[in-house]
Design a protein around this ligand. Structure first.
Ligand code: CDP
Ligand code: MG
Length: 245
């Protein structure tokens, strides 16, 4: 498969889209008929904190960061019904798909989207003021219904963050994989190669893994139990394993 046909993007249908029942509208906008592109993978995800933090790592420390994490974890739109907190994560594939989907989504700010690009998906979104403890307006939370990767580099990082190779049909995978030859377990920020009581099993021999993930796991040494980048590997293996608080 040539690299143009393999261009991929991560699309997230965010909790506000699910709550407002515009899922069908968004999916139909993404159809092959409208975009010339194809679905390569999809799943319903109860977003864990680690995944939210890794996905929005570039925004850490900004005034809207905590509100953004609550939003993507579904806490804003489903404060009581924890079981409804979810996003639909999609790998979408086709020529020029990154640009096509960003254009279809529209500007980040829904007010701007309505003014500048009526008809785009984010024109249906909402802007909510964020106040500090004294009630002063410090930023805005932008509930804008969809996420779409900004460029190739982000797409690769994000697709590997949300999906394991087995979620994607082999001929639609764009990134190198490798077969794991070791057992890996995780517990409270630490990695183990043998079972530790209350640890979570991540991977075992024979599992097909993103090569870049395996490189991180292989840098594990028992005297330095948390290889750097561990969270971005672990986050996806924790998807839908435990209910999030
Ligand atoms: O999603 P996009 O790449 O267009 O925008 P971003 O600047 O990377 O921000 C990521 C997400 O953070 C946005 O889609 C908004 O949902 C949210 N955001 C926010 O809530 N308040 C802001 N002032 C900026 C962004
Ligand atoms: Mg962005």
């Amino acid at each position: 498969m040539d690299s143009d046909r393999l261009e991929q993007t991560l699309v997230l249908i965010k909790p506000d889209a699910l709550k407002n029942s515009v899922t069908g509208f968004i999916l139909s906008q993404l159809s092959e008929f409208h975009t010339g592109s194809r679905f390569a993978a999809a799943k319903i995800v109860n977003v864990n904190r680690l995944l939210a933090e890794e996905h929005y790592a570039e925004h850490r420390g900004k005034a809207f960061y905590e509100a953004l994490l609550d939003y993507i974890m579904g806490k804003v739109h489903y404060p009581q019904d924890r079981w409804k907190r979810r996003v639909i994560a999609i790998v979408y594939l086709g020529p020029d798909v990154l640009k096509t989907v960003r254009t279809m989504a529209g500007p980040t700010n829904p007010h701007k989207a309505r003014e500048e690009r009526p008809g785009c998906i984010r024109a249906l979104g909402t802007v909510v003021p964020i106040l500090d403890a004294q009630g002063k307006h410090i930023d805005d939370r932008m509930d804008n219904l969809v996420h779409a990767s900004a460029n190739h580099e982000d797409a690769e990082r994000e697709i590997k963050l949300w999906f394991i190779p087995h979620d994607i049909p082999p001929l639609m995978r764009a990134y190198p994989t490798e077969t794991c030859d070791t057992h890996y377990y995780y517990k409270q920020g630490r990695l183990y190669e043998t079972y530790e009581p209350s640890s979570v099993f991540l991977l075992g021999p024979g599992d097909v893994v993103w090569k870049s993930d395996l490189d991180i796991l292989r840098s594990y040494r028992s005297d330095n139990p948390a290889p750097s980048g561990l969270n971005k590997v672990v986050a996806k293996y924790l998807i839908n394993r435990f209910p999030e608080d």
